[in-house]
Design a protein around this ligand. Structure first.
Ligand SMILES: Nc1nc2c(c(=O)[nH]1)N[C@H]1C(S)=C(S)[C@@H](COP(=O)(O)OP(=O)(O)OC[C@H]3O[C@@H](n4cnc5c(=O)[nH]c(N)nc54)[C@H](O)[C@@H]3O)O[C@H]1N2
Ligand SMILES: Nc1nc2c(c(=O)[nH]1)N[C@H]1C(S)=C(S)[C@@H](COP(=O)(O)OP(=O)(O)OC[C@H]3O[C@@H](n4cnc5c(=O)[nH]c(N)nc54)[C@H](O)[C@@H]3O)O[C@H]1N2
Ligand SMILES: [Mo]
Length: 766
């Protein structure tokens, strides 16, 4: 089932080194180019001017929040948002004729970029047992078939219901209801691979698994914004304009990142003439080129410095009032910091003590500090400990529960946070399940279900018969690609609700279904009239999203309608599935009763801009932990063991992709053109490995259960820290062992993979 390397071949790839500035006129021309190619001029205008407006739809790209309705621009989207919209609103179609022409075996030979480029899925398709081609099926037969297989299971836990983060609140709520009504909590989601470590660390220390800031905390209040393991220039481009506003007000920005990402350099705001023709605004004042996974050591070093200063000048550094009144465990943590060994911190962080102390001086000069982070922190073995250490850092100076301060995990998918609020989690707390029982009159299962890695293992071991995916690309996004693909093939039935064809649809069970759904951009009409859906952004703002385009095909159905009809096919109308399908306000009324913070949902979400969910630590310095106080924790610095001659590899997104969706083969900000199979290496590491820029190499990961190989990467000389390499996801997922997961969050370790490098073509290890 091996996937062909992405074309063109690596010899066509060129590299010109990292850019020092971002957006500007390039951002605009690129948006226009993608939009025109996929949608044409009329459709482009029709869609782009509705993105993130109160009467329009929520951008299907990242989870960054929107400014107040009064402060929105005519064009409230970024280059990558425009690509995401164009990709969904394309005029190309994948229909029955396409599947008649291409066998599954043929499609399996194509890369992910080609598959998605073919256009929108246009009608339900069925792959019969033993068949070579997907063939058309009616909606009624497809849903009856799925219901039949689910009802025939020996145990409901032999089904797995995966969710990606683009699903609306309404669809997510219905989906978890369906799984629990069937009798399973097997609700893995993309968050298991994403911010699970953040949720885990924040829940344990401050009692709430979400970030605590809003956009105005950045634009109007913070004195210092530390951005760790996040690449906003590519992944949250609208964050750059918030950062620019903060800078113009005098805030400082520190970037902690092994790579010199262009988004931290000079920002040319495409919304202003000054941004387009002027010199731009330098965003980061300080860049700490941390070693991959050196962040725990760095924050331990910062905390050590703060405590040392306090010891020498009592009362000058720490917020004793806050610590005494709101926190537990300070003394134990302080004792551990005082005992830290600086040389160990310097080695693990890959930073000299002087630089860490300089950064501590920035902290001391700031009354209010925000720490933002994303995947550069969450996808390591010690990710949860690292994020707990960041909470320690914020607690020391009372940087929680006041304006311009607090932890800010920046979420990925546009509604990944909302999906969790709706109950998409294999471990929802008992009070939530009690409310489901009270609202719907059945007792949901109480035992925890399978997460993403747990689901792969269960499928591998023959313990799952039905896999259903509500969006996403399970086969490509998850670790250990070959193991996962075989695991999916072990299922009796695989069912995907999707907008576009992807790899997962070709790693099918004995029988498979492809169910095409409406996207965010499209009008959703049900018997009670036109519907809107709701989403929650990374700032916990809940708002509505109204599709504007006519559906891409008459056969498309909304995610809500698909799930509600499946519920009806399974259980009759026991929970009122039909009523929920016909009028989404009925679903919102149930959500109001089951999900905390959603009172008067319908009324408040119809206000322009929506409403903000409560977060007790932010709102009132109330910490719903087991003791009612915020918890200091002791997190001894750790680092992966890297044998001599080996490197640490981190996997990153290019500027031309959204997760496994590859829009194009360039990564403009890192100077890469024409290909994705590249590995960024430090000049001195290249020399030590007797390699040159441009050489063709294989990456080999070294794991307790054996090696894994990703062949044919072009070595690119790049200013990474010594011993640190970077390459793109998902091409490198084949290297990640299924057992390699973060402590307690079970997130795959995709940002610190121990590898060695060999010249391609079977040379000896170098
Ligand atoms: N255009 C676009 N937007 C997206 C996405 C996309 O693919 N494309 N994906 C969406 C999703 S689901 C998510 S979760 C977010 C992801 O947003 P990010 O987390 O910003 O994306 P990554 O490319 O994974 O980048 C991680 C950053 O961490 C750095 N890094 C890697 N290892 C380490 C480390 O050990 N320590 C530190 N300090 N830094 C490290 C990398 O150099 C990179 O700058 O973006 C969302 N938005
Ligand atoms: N090595 C490595 N692996 C990683 C990561 C990493 O940084 N490195 N990051 C991880 C992270 S943060 C995440 S979030 C996961 C992402 O994992 P997923 O969320 O599973 O993957 P995506 O690539 O976002 O899914 C893309 C597919 O979603 C479908 N789709 C798009 N829009 C819609 C819609 O509106 N409705 C429906 N039903 N389907 C839709 C399309 O068919 C498209 O092909 O990957 C993880 N994997
Ligand atoms: Mo993500």
């Amino acid at each position: 089932m091996a996937e062909k390397p992405i074309k063109p071949s690596v010899s066509d790839v060129t590299s010109s080194g990292p850019e020092k500035a971002s957006v500007g006129i390039h951002g605009i021309t690129e948006s226009a180019r993608y939009s025109m190619a996929e949608m044409g001029p009329k459709r482009s205008l029709q869609t782009l001017l509705k993105v993130n407006h109160v009467d329009g739809f929520d951008c299907p790209s990242c989870a960054w929040g929107d400014p107040d309705p009064d402060h929105r621009k005519i064009a409230e989207f970024c280059e990558n948002g425009a690509k995401a919209v164009a990709w969904e609103a394309t005029r190309k179609r994948v229909d029955a004729a396409f599947f008649a022409e291409h066998s599954v075996a043929d499609l399996r030979e194509r890369d992910g970029h080609w598959l998605e480029s073919q256009g929108r899925l246009a009608q339900p398709m069925h792959l019969a047992p033993g068949a070579t081609h997907y063939a058309p099926i009616s909606w009624e037969d497809a849903l009856a078939l799925t219901a039949d297989r689910l009802l025939g299971l020996a145990d409901p836990n032999r089904a797995v219901f995966y969710t990606s983060g683009r699903t609306s609140n309404e669809a997510a709520f219905l989906y978890q209801l369906l799984a629990r009504r069937l009798g399973t909590n097997n609700l893995p989601d993309c968050s298991n691979m994403c911010h699970e470590s953040s949720g885990e660390a924040l829940s344990a220390t401050i009692g709430v698994g979400k970030g605590l800031i809003t956009i105005s905390d950045i634009t109007d209040y913070a004195d210092l914004i530390i951005i760790v393991g996040q690449n906003p220039g590519t992944c949250h481009p609208r964050m750059l304009s918030a950062l620019e506003q903060a800078k113009r007000r005098g805030a400082r920005i520190v970037a902690v990142n092994p790579l010199p990402e262009a988004g931290f350099g000079r920002y040319h705001n495409p919304q202003t003439a000054r941004g387009l023709v002027g010199p731009g605004t330098q965003l980061a004042d300080r860049w700490l080129p941390v070693r991959i996974n050196g962040d725990l050591a760095l924050f331990a070093g910062l905390n050590r410095t703060l405590v040392d200063r306090e010891d020498s000048q009592p009362g000058s550094v720490l917020d004793h009032h806050f610590i005494d009144r709101y926190c537990d465990g300070f003394e134990a943590a302080a004792t551990a910091w005082r005992a830290l060994d600086w040389s160990q911190i310097e080695t693990m962080a890959g930073l000299p003590r002087r630089l860490i102390e300089d950064c501590a001086a920035d902290v001391l000069a700031a009354d209010s500090v925000i720490v933002c982070w994303a995947m550069g922190l969450t996808q390591h073995r010690n990710a949860v400990a690292t994020i707990r250490e960041i909470v320690n850092f914020l607690l020391l100076r009372g940087n929680i529960g006041r304006p311009g301060a607090g932890p800010a995990p920046i979420r990925g998918h546009s509604n990944v946070q909302g999906d969790r609020s709706m109950g998409i989690w294999e471990r929802m707390p008992q009070p939530f399940l009690d409310r489901i029982r009270d609202e719907f009159g059945f007792d949901p299962p109480r035992a925890h279900g399978l997460d993403t890695v747990g689901s792969i293992k269960a499928m591998r071991d023959g313990e799952v018969d039905v896999f259903m995916g509500l969006g996403g690309n399970f086969a490509a996004a998850t670790p250990d690609t070959q193991v996962t693909e075989t695991a999916l093939a072990n299922c009796a039935l695989t069912v995907h609700v999707a907008t576009k064809l992807n790899r997962s649809h070709l790693c099918h069970g004995t029988e498979a279904l492809l169910l095409p759904c409406l996207g965010r951009t499209e009008r959703d009409r049900q018997v009670s009239g036109e519907q809107f859906v709701t989403v929650e952004d990374t700032m916990a703002m809940v708002h509505s999203s109204h599709g504007r385009l006519l559906p891409g095909s008459p056969h498309l159905r909304s995610e809500v309608a698909i799930i509600a009809d499946l519920g009806h096919a399974l259980f009759g109308d026991d929970l009122g599935w039909r009523g929920m399908r016909d009028d989404y306000a009925v679903i919102r009324r149930h959500i109001e009763h089951v999900c905390p913070g959603f009172h008067a949902y319908e009324e408040r979400v119809r206000q322009p801009g929506g409403f903000m969910l409560p977060r007790a630590p932010r709102d009132s310095r109330t910490f719903p932990t087991s003791t009612g106080k915020a918890q200091f924790t002791v997190n001894p610095p750790t680092a992966p063991e890297v044998p001599p001659g080996h490197l640490l590899l981190t996997t990153v997104r290019s500027h031309d992709q959204f997760n496994t969706t590859v829009y194009g083969l360039d990564d403009r900000y890192r100077g890469i053109k024409g290909g994705r199979r590249v590995v960024f290496l430090n000049r001195k590491d290249l020399r030590d490995l007797h390699l040159h820029d441009g050489d063709l190499v294989d990456l080999i990961s070294v794991n307790p259960d054996g090696e894994r190989r990703a062949p044919g990467f072009r070595a690119v000389r790049y200013p990474t820290p010594r011993g640190c390499a970077a390459a793109y996801y998902p091409e490198t997922n084949v290297l990640v062992a299924l057992d390699s997961t973060a402590d307690t969050s079970n997130t795959p370790v995709t940002k610190s993979i121990v590898i060695r490098i060999e010249p391609s073509g079977g040379g000896a290890s170098v």
